[in-house]
Design a protein around this ligand. Structure first.
Ligand SMILES: Cc1ncc(COP(=O)(O)O)c(C=O)c1O
Length: 469
């Protein structure tokens, strides 16, 4: 089990100092020139690696793992206690007090779908949301209700006043669903006044904390909040949805089945109270243990240290990219506080090709494309409705070779200044216009670029290391 802050202090151990190496951060990868380089992940906004403490907690737990809640055996009781400890840790991590309940689920996407179903919204209900949202915080609402969107500026930001205008429009909204931080630009809306304004107007608030959770304290004022373990160093398939117990006390749960009921006969079902009512089926106990361990480490490090580290990395990354000739940084202007996330275009080089070259020639993993937030990226790129229509037609015909997009580099507690400098140097080479040292080809059906000079997954080839390639 991982030590809590209190236990660590008692034991006299120092909080971890940032950056912290994650599991596998010392792995090498064979690049196109035959040189093995340390693999550098700049894709934390998609998924982070695991903290060593998370891996150890899972390893220590597995010998005692068993089914939970219904088992009377020693291991079942230990496992139940570990699972329920994770639930309590999640509530404390999100700053919750009182009668809130934490539902352990798979990820943020599942949490939002769960909530959208449980709120019992109908087509006449209005959910206020924003154009900067990840699809996970758009599509579930759109399916259940009518959405009213807060627009963003060309820099991809909006203000509390913009949200208030949408809250005041009629009909009165049933919910405000807003991100804690953007996965594309790292923009952090000013949540506290936004939540206060919604509450003054009798509108409950859901905060999508998928990006916020590993970087900043969560908004304790939000009525509902959700996040994913795999974005905060616990990639074992768990996520959290928190909300008032009363919101889950009546009606059918999102998933029906075993574990969610007190009594069933052929005519009737007596559902359990929350959270059990919301967690039908065998839960992900190992994922909960992993999340608990990650929460303990982040709590031990403390938000001030995380924030300082993130701010320094964000500044170095964003300013560095913006300073490279031929690179256009999307999102808020330099000097704005953002998460350590930077999304950019390289003039004259397709986004997929930039990502492929960073990978094959430099051993750096980034993400490219539209980042599951198409409306936001289209705005950041400044595309017209006609252009978007043409892209839509091409995609419908199975051609993704001209899909709009950009490149995203995102870091976390593992990212060092040297890592940022290595990325910047690689982008500088690509943006310089020098021809690539190896040939790349694009696959129209996926839009992805690749080179025959490296193949990490082919039969008989070593996945890492140049020796076997
Ligand atoms: C802001 C935001 N919300 C929601 C999600 C969905 O998270 P998950 O894929 O873990 O469900 C993501 C994932 O990238 C995200 O960045």
């Amino acid at each position: 089990m991982i030590e809590t802050t209190e236990a660590a202090t008692r034991a006299g151990s120092e909080p971890p100092v940032l950056p912290i190496a994650l599991v596998g951060d010392d792995e090498g990868v064979c690049c196109a020139d035959g040189v093995e380089r340390r693999y550098l992940s700049f894709d934390a906004a998609a998924s982070t690696g695991a903290l060593p403490q998370v891996m150890r907690a899972v390893e220590e737990f597995l010998p005692r793992y068993s089914s939970i809640h219904r088992g009377a055996g020693y291991k079942s009781q230990l496992s139940t206690a570990a699972y329920e400890h994770a639930r309590e840790a999640a509530l404390a991590f999100a700053g919750r007090r009182g009668d809130d309940v934490a539902i352990i689920c798979r990820n943020t996407t599942e949490a939002v779908n769960h909530l959208a179903y449980r709120l019992g919204l109908g087509g006449d209900d209005v959910v206020v949301t924003t154009v900067v949202e990840h699809h996970a915080n758009l599509l579930p609402w759109r399916r259940q209700a009518s959405c009213r969107y807060v627009e963003c500026t060309p820099e991809g930001t909006f203000s509390p006043a913009d949200v208030i205008a949408a809250l005041e429009a009629r009909p009165r909204p049933r919910l405000l669903a807003v991100t804690g931080a953007s996965n594309i630009t790292g923009f952090q809306p000013d949540l506290e006044p936004i939540i206060e304004a919604a509450h003054e107007r009798g509108v409950p608030v859901f905060v999508d904390a998928a990006q916020l959770a590993p970087h900043a304290p969560m908004s304790a004022g939000a009525d509902f909040i959700a996040w994913s373990g795999h974005k905060m160093y616990a990639p074992f398939g768990s996520g959290i949805l928190i909300g008032p117990r009363a919101a889950f006390g009546e009606g059918d749960p999102f998933l029906a089945g075993g574990g969610a009921v007190d009594l069933v006969d052929l005519a009737e079902v007596v559902w359990s109270g929350p959270p059990e009512r919301e967690e039908a089926g065998s839960p992900n106990v190992v994922g909960a243990v992993a999340l608990d361990a990650a929460i303990a480490v982040l709590s031990e490090i403390g938000w001030p240290a995380v924030r300082r580290h993130d701010a320094a990395i964000a500044e170095r990354l964003r300013r560095g990219l913006a300073g490279i000739a031929g690179v256009r940084l999307l999102g808020p202007s330099l000097g704005t506080t953002t998460l350590p996330v930077a999304t950019f275009e390289v003039e004259g080089v397709a986004h997929g090709l930039v990502a492929a070259r960073l990978s094959a020639e430099f051993g750096i993993g980034v993400r490219h494309g539209c980042f599951c937030a198409h409306p936001y990226l289209m705005r950041l790129l400044g595309l017209s409705d006609d252009e978007i229509g043409r892209y839509r037609d091409a995609v419908r015909q199975g051609d993704r070779s001209v899909m709009p997009g950009a490149v995203r580099a995102s870091g976390g507690i593992q990212t060092s200044d040297d890592d940022v400098d290595r990325l910047l140097e690689a982008v500088r080479v690509i943006a310089s216009g020098e021809p690539a040292p190896v040939a790349y080809a694009q696959e129209p059906a996926t839009g992805d670029w690749s080179t025959d000079a490296v193949s990490w997954l082919g039969a008989g080839r070593a996945p890492t290391g140049c020796g076997g390639v």
